[in-house]
Design a protein around this ligand. Structure first.
Ligand code: ADP
Ligand code: MG
Length: 335
């Protein structure tokens, strides 16, 4: 008889990760789906579909079914999860996994239910929900059960989530719809404004990862990119530096810093003292931005740590809970 598989799902706006009990992270794919717009059939999912973003022929549309942390297209999300199950050889009728899925903090009941239903409809046997900041904190190795305060800042693609956690619960939190995607767009706009060159958002993202910096101490070299000169309409080559990236992202980064500061202001004094001692922990892909710990440290006076594997943090947190159920005892949402 087949063993019941237990899977933790981090269904992010940008990336989806699966953790399987006994196996670790078994899937790491972009949350992208390509669909035939005539037949409505899903053509591909994940990295195969991502390659089609922005360059699909008329009949095929590639898109992201989640937006700002929540499910924007329910049917497509369900199909995406199901296809991912197939990739890891599960989700057949006799092989339905038990699932723990993360939901962003502060979403509505309807949005919450969409996560639950999508996981069920994708062929799960049972579905438990965990708030994402809790999973991120566990994955980052923070001790969330004790009476002391921890601050976790998860910067993903669509949202930045700042949470203060103590005694297995979220004490104060804020969510901001400014994160990685907006940084990419800010870079695109900057290059257009400053140099009169048009680039796509995937080039913007590439630049961010390659030479992006938010603090002078973290600047690195420069790089060359190709775009389209807006004056002549012809392809052109452009050299950009880390300083360019800093100017480009300044405004959005400021919003993220403000969000952290406002959350600190709303934190009970005893817990603030703990955060002062322990510092802030960064997770999510945005935690990899060069110079971000330095910048946040300068602005808040607090020590800033980056989780060991920021992109895997949420999935690892779920995984630790699957392997060691007592960790999630008070964390799984009761319905
Ligand atoms: P989500 O939880 O929303 O799916 P992730 O935590 O997977 O998001 O992070 C995705 C975001 O992280 C994207 O905006 C991506 O551009 C950004 N990112 C990934 N690697 C880096 C890096 N090295 N530097 C800066 N940003 C990065
Ligand atoms: Mg995430």
């Amino acid at each position: 008889m087949a063993m019941n598989k237990q899977i933790g799902i981090d269904l992010g706006t940008t990336n989806t990760l699966f953790f399987m009990k006994g196996k670790g992270i078994v899937l790491r794919e972009p949350s992208v789906v390509a669909k035939n717009s005539v037949t409505g059939k899903v053509v591909s999912v994940g990295s195969d579909a991502k390659k089609m973003l922005g360059k699909t022929p008329g009949t095929i549309a590639a898109f992201k079914p989640l937006k700002d942390g929540v499910i924007a297209d329910f049917d497509v999300t369900t199909q995406m999860i199901h296809q991912f199950f197939r990739k890891i050889n599960t989700g057949g009728f006799f092989d339905r996994p038990s699932v723990i899925i993360c939901i962003p903090y502060g979403v509505t009941e309807v949005e919450k239910k969409a996560f639950e239903d999508a996981a069920y409809d994708a062929m799960s046997k049972s579905v438990d929900l965990v708030e994402e900041p809790m999973a991120a904190a566990i994955g980052a190795g923070l001790r969330i059960s004790g009476p002391r305060g921890n601050m976790i800042v998860d910067i993903g693609g669509g949202t930045t989530e700042v949470a203060v956690i103590s005694l297995d619960g979220i004490v104060a939190a804020r969510s901001l719809r400014t994160a990685g995607d907006e940084l990419d767009e800010a870079i695109v706009n900057y290059v257009r404004r400053q140099y009169g060159v048009a680039i796509g958002t995937s080039t913007g993202e590439e630049l961010k990862k390659k030479i992006g910096s938010v603090h002078p101490s973290a600047d690195i070299e420069e790089t060359e990119i190709r775009g389209r000169d807006l004056r002549t309409g012809l392809p052109s080559v452009l050299r950009l530096t880390s300083a360019d990236m800093r100017y480009a992202m300044e405004e959005q980064i400021e919003k993220i810093v403000d969000c952290i500061k406002h959350t600190l202001e709303g934190t009970p004094p005893e817990l603030s003292a703990d955060i002062f001692d322990r510092g802030i922990t960064l997770a999510g892909g945005g935690a990899l931005l060069r110079g971000l710990p330095n910048l946040i440290n300068e602005r808040t006076g607090l020590r800033v740590n980056v989780a060991k594997r920021p992109l895997d943090c949420v999935a690892l947190g779920l995984g630790m809970g699957i392997e060691e159920p007592r960790l999630l005892r008070h964390v799984v949402l009761r319905r």
